[in-house]
Design a protein around this ligand. Structure first.
Ligand code: FNR
Length: 339
């Protein structure tokens, strides 16, 4: 097994070990629910268009894996669940294909199961632009996530130590002819980075905020020199969403989504769609492909139910729902973060 495949398998094992449905900032946002919403539960309310493709719901299966035998089976299940659920899907970083071409099948397994769905490929910022273009072509991707993951890299003894990435992001963006999504992996987005991206013509981010999978913890679990203080450095998905909302950039929200109510809260904060990673992976680990399909369909039903409770008839009406942030701390923090 190559070092890359070994790392991928370790990530899967540690993501399972540390997975927990735990309290996070979604518990600190309260939605104001109308007692008389004048609405009916209907799947039509949650259907929408993302990046020009029709989908059945405003959430997606976020980037996780590829590049190992086990990941091929996971990606196959992800492809199937996204096809049946008619939601977007992603595979993990495919940058490895620059060196290990024979791993293509482990990523392509997802696309093969869902050739027409909205699919995001994923690369790291150090991927040469021509290779990113090839990956997009080989996987027939509709959009490309480029993950930025400084904290994870620093936590990895073998990780990157050069975080001068903006020009690399631009080079990839200029080479591929599909939309690019700049994506964090669980540490969220701050105001100055969003400003920098906007100034450089990037118009879509995936918040990848803290509150769910913590990649510092995962890398520390693999490291002989763990740096546990890195676990604390993430900006939560809720905080990142409030910052992104203030900046006006289009954003997908992800990181720590536990249920349909968390999805709704992201939409209320202005997310165009909502990404779920480890929860779906653990559903697959425990219930296989069928379990994953059932959970995707159940989230769709539950979200349609919540839309009716809140009188929302279309996804973009969610931003009309009023909300309160509990604990004064949050308002104070956001004021500092966006000033
Ligand atoms: C990830 N994530 C990830 N992100 C990315 O952009 N490229 C990648 O290759 C991976 N790999 C990966 C492996 C595993 C096992 C997990 C669980 C996650 C990060 C993922 O897309 C997401 O941003 C975070 O996991 C936060 O979302 P959740 O897990 O809290 O829903």
């Amino acid at each position: 097994m190559s070092n890359h495949s070994k790392r991928k398998e370790e990530h899967l094992a540690l993501a399972k070990k540390y997975f927990a449905i735990k309290e996070n900032d979604f518990d600190r946002i309260e939605l104001v629910r109308p007692a008389l919403p004048e609405s009916c539960v209907s799947p039509a309310t949650i259907a929408c268009e993302i990046l020009g493709k029709k989908v059945k719901a405003p959430f997606y299966i976020n980037a996780m894996t590829g590049g190992s035998e086990k990941s091929k089976e996971i990606n196959r299940a992800i492809g199937k669940a996204s096809r049946i659920g008619q939601i977007p899907f992603a595979t993990g970083s495919s940058s490895i294909l620059a060196k290990e071409k024979d791993q293509l099948a482990s990523f392509y397994a997802a696309r093969e199961e869902n050739p027409d769905g909205l699919f995001f490929a994923n690369v790291n910022p150090n991927t040469p632009a021509s290779i990113a273009k090839n990956i997009v072509k080989e996987l027939n991707a509709d959009a490309l996530q480029i993950h930025i993951n400084t904290v994870q890299e620093l936590a990895m003894p073998e990780g990157d130590r050069d975080f001068v990435w903006l020009d690399k992001l631009k080079a990839i963006r200029d080479e591929v002819d599909i939309p690019v999504i700049i994506k964090e992996v669980g540490f969220g987005f701050d105001k100055s980075s969003i400003d920098l991206l906007q100034k450089n013509d990037f118009h879509l981010i995936d918040l990848g905020g803290a509150g769910g999978t913590n990649f510092a913890q995962i890398e520390n679990g693999r490291s002989s020199h763990p740096l546990p203080y890195l676990d604390e450095l993430g900006l939560s998905t809720v905080k990142s969403a409030l910052i992104a909302q203030d900046s006006g950039i289009d954003f997908f929200a992800s990181g720590g989504i536990r249920n349909a109510l968390d999805i709704l809260k992201c939409l209320v904060l202005g997310a165009k769609s909502v990404g779920i990673a480890n929860l779906f992976l653990q559903v697959y680990e425990n219930g296989g492909e069928d379990g994953l399909v059932e959970t995707v369909l159940r989230f769709e039903d539950e979200l349609a139910g919540l839309f009716a409770l809140f009188g929302i008839n279309k996804v973009n009406e969610a931003t009309k729902v009023k909300y309160a942030l509990t604990k004064g701390l949050w308002k104070e923090f956001i004021q500092i973060a966006v000033d």
